[in-house]
Design a binder for this molecule. Structure first.
Ligand code: ATP
Length: 250
């Protein structure tokens, strides 16, 4: 038996007003489970086009689970709308076809393919337009015909993001992009996120790196044991207050 979810639908006032401008992403009452253990509780989120929202919290807080549940990779209940269309009943590949991109923590690139071949795979049925991707990640240009296995961890992280962007998603879920990355790579990733934002792509990212979050995010949700326990606006992220510092272990 599936555990009960919250009543579906947006807030009554949003429904009354007909919600004329649909958010790029709208999540209501998202709950997720691993077996009998609930890992995410009543999660709500609205993301505007070109907005970057960070999920921050300690290990095990539920950040990855939230992204997986939105992508359709965790057992979950709740309502998820992408550009006004309900996607919560769809398989993850169908969500991807509708413009949802996902870069998991364990970057899924094909190490037996070249960089260019990885980008082809990412583009799926679309023709691959490599130049906009190389504009985001100039370092990949000289690596295009090299096996992905020969790349550094940072280069692989860039490729993982470029591969997801090759499908031209309107919304990207990024799981701990800066984890284990050298400062130079973190700076390149921050630059790429800023450019995605400028192109109107929305981003939800999970992070523990407070500086990266301060650099890229418009706002953050603080997660603790699967619950949102607070929010922080962009300017608060640059000078984190007590709540953010506590969650990030600063
Ligand atoms: P991290 O940075 O360590 O990935 P997180 O905030 O992303 O942390 P989640 O990975 O979402 O946290 O984990 C949330 C909770 O769900 C934790 O209690 C974790 O132990 C549990 N969990 C995560 N993945 C699984 C799984 N595959 N099976 C069972 N429980 C899991």
């Amino acid at each position: 038996m599936r555990p009960p979810g919250r009543p579906k639908g947006g807030s009554p006032s949003a429904q009354r007003e007909g919600n004329p401008v649909s958010a790029a992403l709208r999540v209501r009452g998202l709950n997720a489970w691993y077996g009998p253990a609930q890992a995410l509780f009543d999660f709500d989120l609205d993301v505007a086009a070109g907005e970057v929202v960070a999920l921050i919290g300690r290990n095990g807080a539920g950040k990855s689970t939230t992204l997986k549940a939105i992508m359709g990779l965790a057992r979950a209940t709740g309502t998820i709308e992408l550009g006004g269309e309900r996607i919560d009943g769809m398989a993850s590949h169908a969500r991807a076809r509708r413009g949802l991109g996902y870069v998991p923590e364990e970057r899924r690139i094909f190490t037996d393919l070249t960089v260019r071949e990885n980008l082809w795979v990412g583009a799926r049925t679309r023709a691959l337009d490599v130049e906009p991707l190389l504009a985001l990640f100039p370092n990949l240009r000289r690596l295009l015909d090299r096996s992905a296995a020969q790349m550094s961890g940072g280069e692989q992280q860039m490729l993982a993001l470029a591969r997801t962007l090759a499908a031209r998603p309107r919304m990207v879920l990024l799981d701990e992009p800066s984890e284990g990355m050298a400062p130079k790579i973190v700076a390149a990733l921050a630059e790429a996120v800023a450019r995605m934002k400028a192109q109107g792509v929305s981003v939800v990212l999970s992070e523990q790196n407070a500086r990266f979050v301060a650099r890229v995010a418009d706002r953050a949700l603080l997660l603790e044991r699967g619950h949102v326990v607070g929010t922080a606006a962009g300017d608060e992220l640059a000078q984190p207050g007590e709540a953010v510092r506590a969650v990030l272990g600063l």
